[in-house]
Design a protein around this ligand. Sequence first.
Ligand code: BGC
Length: 697
Amino acid sequence: MTDFSPRKGMTDLEIDETIEAILAEATLEEKVAMMSGQGFFQAMAEDDRVWCARPYRAGGGLERLNVPALYFTDGPRGVAGGQSTCFPCSMARGATFDTDLEQRIGEVMGIESRVNGCTLSGAVCMNLLRHPAWGRAQETYGEDPHHLGEMGAALATGIQTHNVVATVKHFALNSMENARFKVDVRIDDRALHEVYLPHFKRAIDAGCASVMSAYNKMNGEYCGQDRVLLTDILRGEWGFDGFVHSDWVMGVYHPYGAAAGLDVENPEPIHFGPKLLAGVENGTIEPEVINRACRRILRVTYRFAASEDPVEAYESALSAAPAHTAIALEAAEKSAVLLKNDDVLPLIPGKVGTLAVLGKLATQENTGDEGSSKVRPPYVVTALEGLERASERLGINEIVTADESDLDATREALTKADAIVVVVGNTAEDEGEFIPGDIALGADVPEELRSEAQRSTVGGDRDNLGLRQDQQNLIAVASSAGKPVIVVIVSGSAIMVEEWHESVGAILQTFYSGMEGGTALAKLLFGEVSPSGKLPFVVAKSPADYPFFDKGAERITYDLWHGYTKFDREGIEPRYPFGHGLSYTTFDYRSLKTLADDKAVHAQVTVSNTGEAEAEEVVQFYVGAPGKALERQKKLLKGFARVKLKPGEQRLVSVTIPREDLRYRDPLTRRWQFEPGEYRISCGGSSASLVETTVAL
Ligand code: BGC
């Protein structure tokens, strides 16, 4: 038997030769077997249906010849296997606008994936937040393609540093949950390329070596077997040379998916396997389709296996190691968005003798969705625990608690409070991955596999974009006490605040803030760190301001307009604009300058900390195109940077915006076009508070 085990340090040439030798020795059946995951259903049954309790074999692998398989673990708020670090959810991390931090988070996920024996990570979720009701909004970074691309590319780079293949998911248009297995998303070429795909391309350009297809259809075809997406765009237009695998069960419906560009069916051979083999044998599928897919899978597998590891040994002590949980804390500190502050925050250490902490969520380990993104950390610091642990340091003598289940007890508790913190929002009951218990897994799924494949979770898309009535009642009671009230919102995306925002002193959105969320909360409320998160989406005053959404849709049209571009176009005033987030200091922006050459616009601005507190600021650069050739978005985020400034300190912040990022997709020629003319460049700490200049390009 020939031994094809990969060796560290193999050159690309050696890898190519090895792959050809494997393809020459492997039988057709063995090659087809490499094109499917295997053992998932059995593992789920044996593991009491605990998702990712062990690594899943997700393609590749040929034991007879010592060819390694790919072993999958999920994300994105950490590594789904083992006792891993639980970071704030992706949407929270989106609010950090901190690509350096996101890359370090990726490195931790890479390390902890390896500790768990995994070489393929499903942590890079980059679907665009088209509507805040999307149940899995928490798994992505926000509504803006540029921002999504930068954050996802950073995470993928970090993960791949440890020779774990990052798969970018779900390709494409997977921005609603309950209907994901059936919905047909209708979209034209321009909206697809300008709004729903650029972030995927950005991650692939950064080296992301794998793509997970989406469940939904695009223009009538399931994405897992769509030649336009998987071959014409991904390989043809973008030059992607990695492999594509399907989402889990119901990601592909026919062996011709392989010819369309799907290389691996996950998690089991349902439509590939024997059916694909038969297709080749009866001549409906070209043998080259199989060789091509195997080459792609093997090339990635061997390149990663041959590359030197930055860590000598991925020992179990590395999982949730103190250095990793410290990064989870940093992310929680940087992601909280201060939506409103009427001089209530920061609370002054030593001045709050009795603090009331209200709400069921204050005592709950509430790290987010219970579906595939669930992480099992060794501990979670709740909001209440975070404040209790910090109470001595912060001079709090007593913490009183109560919740929405007993408003009389709440009133009573509030009598002695000096300040009131109310923790409200969502849990996995309200939003998250949704797999209905009676789901039909496609006519061809063997009966015995069905029950194993059916995970049922609560969650799904939200019907209510506001807070539950009992939580609003709790806020009302808190507000009537005549004390400073701070509302802390836990949620995966926008919560509408119209009914109650005027009655409270401050609102801090922490999202699902991970295993160190409570620790961060105490530091944020008492000014040990200034909030610096910025909204990666717009918060509306009315649900009608968002695009049409129907969680049961069979068919839906996605166009160019959603989020802040839609609000700008229609002149709608948001409650909180995209990019908004207050601080304990103030920043001044001046002297915005641009310099253009034939490749890029270089923009710079001077930012000063004009207040009393040291703080970080997310400097945002937006561009408005001339829009003479055809209607363009009024402004689009095209660059951002995070800076830390001491009181009185000032810093020059600059970004380079490539001209190709300013192009539009011509609907007639289906090509990218650059429109010469006058461009508006604006800059500020939110999309609504900007200094502006123009540049002729
Ligand atoms: C989810 C994917 C996930 C996969 C494997 C699917 O149901 O849609 O995001 O990666 O399960 O866990």
